[in-house]
Write a protein that binds this ligand. Structure first.
Ligand code: PMP
Length: 416
């Protein structure tokens, strides 16, 4: 197994070495080298994560929490160890504040369902932003259908900047929750979360951050942010799919009823009634993604050894380079040029459908995402049906961007 020390030994950011950690990047598609520019959808996995999942299934696999035998005890320790690792990674005050879910989507649904039912009433307001992924829109609409809350939407400007002053005007004593993305998956906009949280708290509202993209692109400290809920997915952080995290402040989680019922979330069950377990078990009904916890733990070790600041600096250099190079292409329009952005570029090419671009790039071995990026209200805001999106990971190299620019030049020639 590749050791974390081996990763940490190299302090300067050496992208060639990092690429060597990801076996899939050596693959050829259509007999061309793979150029993977879709990390915002899901990141590739380093060997250490693959090894950790493999290690679980080949050496330590058993169901957790209830077994008295060696394998089960060992797997339980690893699962709970992963929780502590996530706690430290987010700088949460306690591991009790870390709930394993299957994804960001499930984490947000958990808050909308459980906190929504317990703490929100008809006529209460919540604020989302124009930038949201469907995962941070639809659960709130379902809650609106159930209990009659009102949903307001904080606007953005033509560059995709979150408009703080407009947001502040939406806040009122009826605002109970602000649920916004920390980083937009479609545009890359990093939202001004310090101010959003301060303003929301001043009005007595709680804040949920959709951290699916932010946790990957830079360090997150939930205590420094003073955020109430924070959600992310393992698969975007170089870990396995099927495991995600909900961080919630202990007092808030403790006041929330269970989200799902079943094994592992109870203290005592009779046919008359059930006493529920404490947090976080109360929110983890049924057998969880055990091997996923091994993989997520290894992913956190991996990115921590490199350093989230170093990853952020690398991606910011790539963003600058890509923004500059893409503008060399005739009639390419960047969608989303906010002042503060993560390593994501979205664009249109005049007269060429995004799906045609995606298909032509694919034949060159270049993987980009095309379409609405699960953010249709955001596309509506720009009056478009979709974009081409290239998104970067810690293994992205300037040569990937060069390949993209060259292939787009060829697309331009075909359609001119
Ligand atoms: N929010 C954002 C900002 C995202 O980018 C994504 C994934 N594209 C999600 C939520 C949903 O994540 P998942 O599908 O892992 O639940």
């Amino acid at each position: 197994m590749q050791s974390v020390a081996a990763v940490a030994e190299n302090t300067a950011f050496d992208v060639a070495r990092r690429r060597a950690d990801f076996p899939i990047l050596g693959k050829r598609v259509y007999d061309k080298p793979l150029v993977f520019l879709d990390s915002a959808a899901s990141a590739q996995k380093p060997q250490s994560v693959i090894d950790a999942v493999n290690h679980c299934y080949t050496r330590e696999y058993a169901n957790i929490h209830r077994g008295v035998y060696w394998l089960s005890v060992r797997a339980t320790e690893a699962y709970e160890g992963a929780r502590v690792k996530v706690q430290r990674f987010l700088n949460a005050a306690s591991e009790r504040e870390i709930v394993f879910t299957k994804s960001t989507t499930e984490a947000i649904n958990l808050v909308a369902t459980s906190h929504g039912a317990a703490a929100l009433n008809a006529g209460d307001e919540i604020i989302l932003s124009q930038l949201e992924h469907h995962a941070n829109i639809v659960p709130w609409q379902l809650l609106r259908q159930r209990i009659g809350i009102d949903i307001k939407v904080a606007p953005i400007d033509a560059q995709g900047n979150f408009l703080l002053e407009e947001f502040e005007k939406l806040l009122s004593p009826r605002t109970r929750l602000v649920a916004v993305t920390h980083t937009s998956n479609a545009l890359g906009t990093i939202t001004p979360v310090d101010e959003i949280i301060r303003m929301a708290h001043a009005e007595g509202a709680l804040v949920l951050l959709d951290g699916a993209q932010s946790v990957v692109h830079g360090p997150v400290d939930v205590q420094a942010l003073d955020v109430d809920f924070f959600a992310f997915s393992g698969h975007k952080l170089y870990g396995p799919s099927g495991i995600g995290v909900l961080y919630g402040k202990a007092d808030l989680l403790s006041a929330m009823p269970p989200y799902q019922g079943g094994g592992d979330m109870i203290r005592r069950v009779t046919f008359e009634k059930t006493e529920f377990a404490d947090i976080p078990s109360r929110f983890e009904a049924g057998t969880p993604h055990i091997a996923g916890a091994y993989g997520l733990s290894a992913a956190i070790d991996y990115v921590s050894a490199i350093g989230m600041d170093a990853i952020a600096a690398h991606e910011s250099e790539l963003l600058e380079y890509a923004t500059q190079r893409l503008q060399e292409i005739n009639s390419l329009r960047l969608i989303g040029t906010a002042d503060d952005k993560a390593g994501i570029v979205s664009f249109e090419l005049d007269g060429v459908h995004a799906h045609d671009i995606g298909t032509i790039l694919d034949r060159e071995g270049i993987a980009v995402r095309v379409g609405h990026h699960c953010a249709q209200p955001l596309m509506d805001h720009f009056g478009i049906t979709g974009t081409v999106r290239a998104s970067f990971g810690l293994y992205t190299d300037k040569s990937d961007i060069d390949a993209l620019v060259q292939a787009l030049g060829a697309v331009r020639e075909i359609f001119d």
